[in-house]
Ligand binder design. Structure first.
Ligand SMILES: Cc1cc2nc3c(=O)[nH]c(=O)nc-3n(C[C@H](O)[C@H](O)[C@H](O)COP(=O)(O)OP(=O)(O)OC[C@H]3O[C@@H](n4cnc5c(N)ncnc54)[C@H](O)[C@@H]3O)c2cc1C
Length: 411
């Protein structure tokens, strides 16, 4: 009891670090902060840590929700920190105090904001009301169920994907993996640019070939309106749609603008050390941050920023200058169902179905690293997951795929 009280008293005297948002960026910061030196509290309204880079696989049932989620409270408490399941609603920057949806007031010495960004519908098209969200495990799982019901109905049913960026293509790939051969779904892909992967000559044709004439492409088209049963294009074309997937962009979290850290709908500008330009006691990391040099919104950058800030906090509290964040370039891996995969590295794209094995390996490593197993039960879950992952890969396709590798160079 005496030991507990002593620990409690010591903890009360430590600098208070409040982390808002516990996904890739916030969690990486929490993992790198020593609980014996800082009193760390992490706030997030969701009980689950989600592994987003593979959520599109819920559409093909190649992954289950349980394979993409960890218990957030358990993960944070194992790090020796406090978790509060609640949302930040406002920040009194002068008092260094944050308010939550449940009415808590949390004081901080350093605030780390890692709230990501939110889907946007670019000009009031009605997409947020009528299109399906694809940003969370729950949303993708519901979408997978809806697609299954739709595919079981008689006749051809139209499904429209708006946005042929990485997210839209990964979703389409999984729909083709599950339903492609049977052709119950009439698939449409809408893209505002004139071709897919515009910068890379040959990639558009390569993807069209991979789609196998099972998808109607609408390139160079802007969406005017999304309704419950159709999508209206700016040129007047009406595409009937039973399910519309909106993967056409995101914008800044409202907490950033309401606290005066950004303009409305923008990410928050930060200096090279990831401190807010308007308040140096606030660090902003991950998708929520707008760096002096633009950076792709990627989970691995978000994690690097989290780790970097954890070290900067020590310097900041010691009155030392905060070091600059230098992003490390890394390739992105994009899967197209079980048909192909792409490694994007700067001005080059390597396309090969053999990369599907690498994508699965990255998932296995990254997902389980978020919460390494501590018990026999957790270890057997990991082994089950690994076996399931290997089983979803078509070994022959991977081996044969290595002979189909193609390199695309940006113009
Ligand atoms: C479908 C999809 C596929 C992707 N695939 C890849 C990929 O293959 N590789 C890759 O590197 N990246 C990928 N990304 C991008 C990657 O997921 C993001 O870059 C990454 O999630 C950003 O991490 P973050 O921690 O900044 O924010 P987020 O992951 O967006 O997390 C924000 C957290 O803040 C919490 N939050 C929100 N509001 C509040 C509030 N008011 N108070 C407290 N907490 C709050 C949320 O609950 C959430 O947990 C993908 C993204 C999507 C949507």
């Amino acid at each position: 009891m005496a030991l507990l009280s002593r620990r409690f008293l010591v903890r009360r005297t430590l600098p208070r670090i409040l982390i808002v948002g516990g996904s890739f960026a916030g969690l990486a910061a929490a993992r790198s902060l020593d609980p014996s030196r800082f009193r760390v509290t992490l706030l997030d309204p969701s009980p689950w840590i989600e592994w987003r880079p593979n959520i599109h696989e819920l559409l093909s049932r190649s992954k289950t929700p349980a394979q993409l989620q960890h218990d957030r409270r358990l993960a944070i408490e194992r790090l020796g920190h406090e978790f509060i399941q609640d949302a930040a609603t406002s920040v009194d920057r002068t008092a260094q105090r944050l308010q939550t949806g449940a009415g808590l007031q949390l004081d901080y010495d350093v605030l780390i904001i890692a709230v990501g960004n939110i889907p946007c519908d670019k000009g009031g098209t009605g997409a947020l009301e009528h299109a399906s969200d694809t940003k969370s495990v729950d949303a993708c799982n519901r979408l997978g169920n809806r697609l299954t019901r739709l595919a079981a109905m008689p006749g051809k049913r139209p499904v429209v994907i708006v946005g042929a960026g990485v997210e839209g293509l990964e979703m389409l790939g999984e729909i083709l993996r599950r339903f492609g051969g049977k052709e119950q779904l009439d698939l449409h892909l809408i893209e505002s640019k004139d071709s897919l992967f515009e910068r890379f000559p040959g990639m558009h044709e390569h993807l069209v070939q991979r789609m196998g004439h099972q998808v109607t492409l609408h390139c160079g088209q802007h969406v005017e309106k999304v309704a419950t049963d159709h999508v209206l294009l700016a040129d007047g074309t009406i595409i009937p749609s039973r399910i519309t997937l909106w993967t056409a962009g995101s914008h800044g979290h409202p907490l950033l603008s309401s606290t005066g850290l950004s303009q409305k709908n923008q990410e928050a500008p930060v200096n090279e050390g990831l401190q807010s330009l308007f308040d140096t006691t606030i660090f902003i990391i991950g998708d929520a941050a707008r760096l002096p040099h633009p950076l792709e919104k990627q989970a691995y950058h978000a994690q690097d920023m989290g780790r970097h800030v954890a070290h900067s906090v020590r310097d900041y509290l010691a009155g030392k200058p905060v070091p600059a964040f230098r992003p490390r370039p890394k390739p992105s891996l994009v899967s197209f169902g079980d048909r192909d995969a792409f490694m994007i590295f700067g001005d080059r794209i390597l396309a090969s179905p053999a990369l599907l094995g690498l994508k699965e390996a990255v998932y296995q490593y990254g997902y389980h690293e978020l919460m390494p197993p501590r018990s026999r039960h957790e270890l057997s879950a990991l082994v089950r997951d690994l076996r399931h992952g290997v089983n979803t890969l078509d070994t022959w396709r991977l081996l044969a795929g290595s002979t189909e590798a193609r390199l695309f160079q940006a113009r």
